[in-house]
Design a protein around this ligand. Sequence first.
Ligand SMILES: Cc1cc2nc3c(=O)[nH]c(=O)nc-3n(C[C@H](O)[C@H](O)[C@H](O)COP(=O)(O)OP(=O)(O)OC[C@H]3O[C@@H](n4cnc5c(N)ncnc54)[C@H](O)[C@@H]3O)c2cc1C
Length: 326
Amino acid sequence: MADVLVVAEVAQGRLRKTTLSAITFARQLASRIGGGFSVLVLGKGVSGPAQEAAAFGAKAVHVVDAPALEHYIASTWAAVVAEAATRVGADFVAATSSTFARDLLPRVAARMNAGMVSEVTAIVGDAPPLRFKRPMWAGNVIATVEVKTPKAVFSVRGAEFDAAAAAGGASPVQALAIPVTADPKVRYAGFAATISERPDLTEASVIVSGGRGLRDKQGFEGVLNPLADALHAAIGATRAVVDAGIAPNDLQIGQTGKVVAPNLYIGVALSGAIQHLAGMKNSKVIVAINKDPEAPIFSVADYGLVADAFKAVPELVEEIRKVRGA
Ligand SMILES: Cc1cc2nc3c(=O)[nH]c(=O)nc-3n(C[C@H](O)[C@H](O)[C@H](O)COP(=O)(O)OP(=O)(O)OC[C@H]3O[C@@H](n4cnc5c(N)ncnc54)[C@H](O)[C@@H]3O)c2cc1C
């Protein structure tokens, strides 16, 4: 019987919430193939996240805990994931599409001699042969694809699969004795994490995002920071802003940036180019503030305000503070 293996993502000793979307996908896939799913947690000192992963109804949580896995190195990790899939009898491997999964999964697929579907947004059909929907051309085309190999690897769009709810009870947590050999050709040199008090873009329920209309760093931060503070929001940016050095690269939303789907997305002084929409159009509620009534962002917005952001946003912040009594 085929099974699905979900590769968990761990950060700062915690299971990343994004993993829960892959678990939802795995539940759906397992029910259609008549199998089950399990979760794989890799790293050094990962018993905490493994226990967290046990709450979602997996047949088991498999753990590979080794000093050589302290830092993520794609080639080392891919070998372990592929071996783990073989050991636990999983023909299918899945993870939520993130910088980590995009780097790791194609290597896993190559090692498993498996076909791969990237950025899955839906499963089509109730029984094999299953097909999968995925966006192409910045989301302008939705392709339906079928995997012809007996084994398959999937990266799934977090925005399209709701975070799995706890299933009640706890899955058994089992150590997998896989020898981990560090890739001799790669040496871990360091990881420069961006430290921010704000929520992570891909996990935030509110995002305020700024575009070129905010002119410069002073305008971007001066307008967006108070709004983000008032709403406890993450800050995002368009590529134009990132390319101009106004905001760091990790804030970029869009086709070549992050894909987000918060409950509330407020786009400020950004036009809504298709490459930007590709990263945020699945947000539950979209608010646009732009001085040009013809700006394309208004075509996807639930609420639009035609106004100068430098005047409208401070007024909005003032009103939010009044409502919140701050
Ligand atoms: C291959 C490729 C990949 C790309 N990937 C991405 C991506 O991942 N993410 C992304 O964002 N872009 C991406 N782009 C770039 C994209 O095409 C646009 O150029 C970019 O999104 C535009 O950014 P913007 O909306 O900030 O700027 P603009 O398009 O210049 O829009 C600025 C907006 O601000 C408004 N404005 C100006 N002043 C004010 C004011 N005072 N108050 C209110 N409104 C004001 C204007 O009316 C205008 O609508 C990509 C492009 C290519 C070719």
